[in-house]
Design a protein around this ligand. Structure first.
Ligand SMILES: O=C(O)CCC(=O)C(=O)O
Ligand SMILES: [Fe+2]
Length: 290
């Protein structure tokens, strides 16, 4: 097993393994990942939505203070979902590397205690949040996607490809499940796109250099994929297998703001309980608008 000191430690994993051997639904995860389902039944409470929006806004403004101090006052009066109106005032790409979009640890710790994370743990069992950047103990990062701005969304991909290309140290005997949550979005116009059932197949991709990183690029035209939009309202989450083909949607008239993280579970052989848990908590999208 390969461990990196800066990333999830052996001790954390041993702890999670210990906890998980006792915990009821975690044995399910292997199986959960084998099913052609994902869940849209988790969401932030209104209070959590307000608090996390505020945390993101404050980080957004602090960064703008640094990269464009002369324009900071203008941004301070702007709702974050109108960011695109003024983004010409800053070098957008340089301003927002992932490292600048990682929520502070104190915020993550608060989120961890809240109902959203509690509902995830109640359903899936205890988990770590991955820290592939090696910058925070647990990494939750947000994104800004300006309307109709293709450069703000990457190509369709499976998150597993990033791990395969060395973004983060993939630990053996663990399962990763991704969580994406809308903070500001226009239902049915922007947000998150996916190809249902796609995690059952291996899709062709190659590694290419983008934004100074080696990133995966799917070797298929999007028009050949059966892509559907997850019609999310603010606070709504999608929990999905990290082999699911997915990507952002950048339509609408406002800037979309969302956050993401990866749950890490220890694998366990017995999946009996898991099968039950899987069926209970994971519901396929019931058509658009579910
Ligand atoms: O929000 C996006 O544009 C992309 C989301 C994504 O790739 C993810 O959550 O893994
Ligand atoms: Fe992704």
């Amino acid at each position: 097993m390969v461990f990196s000191k800066r990333r999830i430690s052996r001790r954390s994993l041993v702890n999670i393994l210990r906890v998980n051997l006792r915990a009821k639904p975690v044995s399910a995860l292997n199986d959960i990942c084998g099913e052609s389902v994902f869940s849209t039944s988790f969401r932030l409470t209104q209070r959590e939505l307000v608090d996390i929006r505020e945390a993101v806004r404050s980080q957004w403004l602090s960064r703008i203070q640094i990269v464009a101090p002369k324009s900071a006052d203008k941004f301070a009066e702007l709702p974050i979902d109108q960011y695109h109106e003024l983004s010409y005032l800053i070098d957008h790409k340089a301003a927002w590397p992932k490292s600048e979009r990682l929520l502070p640890t104190a915020v993550v710790q608060e989120m961890r205690k809240g109902p959203f994370f509690q509902s995830l743990e109640a359903a899936f069992g205890p988990f770590l949040v991955t820290n592939e950047e090696g910058l925070r103990p647990e990494e939750i990062y947000w994104r800004l996607v300006r309307p109709n701005c293709l450069e703000d969304i990457g190509p369709m991909h499976a998150d597993a490809w990033f791990w395969e290309l060395g973004h983060g140290v993939a630990l053996v005997n663990t399962t990763r499940i991704k969580v994406w949550v809308a903070l500001h979005c226009e239902r049915g116009r922007n947000g998150f796109r996916l190809v249902r059932g796609s995690h059952h197949r291996d899709w062709p991709y190659r590694a290419e250099s983008r934004d100074g990183y080696v990133k995966p690029k799917i070797e298929l035209e999007e028009r050949n994929l059966d892509i559907e939009l997850f019609e999310s309202s603010p606070g709504q989450a999608i929990v999905f297998n990290d082999r699911l083909l997915h990507g952002g949607a950048s339509g609408g008239a406002s800037t979309r703001v969302s956050f993401e993280f990866t749950m890490l579970f220890a694998k366990k052989d017995d999946t009996t309980q898991g099968n039950r848990c899987t069926r209970k908590i994971l519901n396929p999208l019931q058509g658009r608008g579910s």
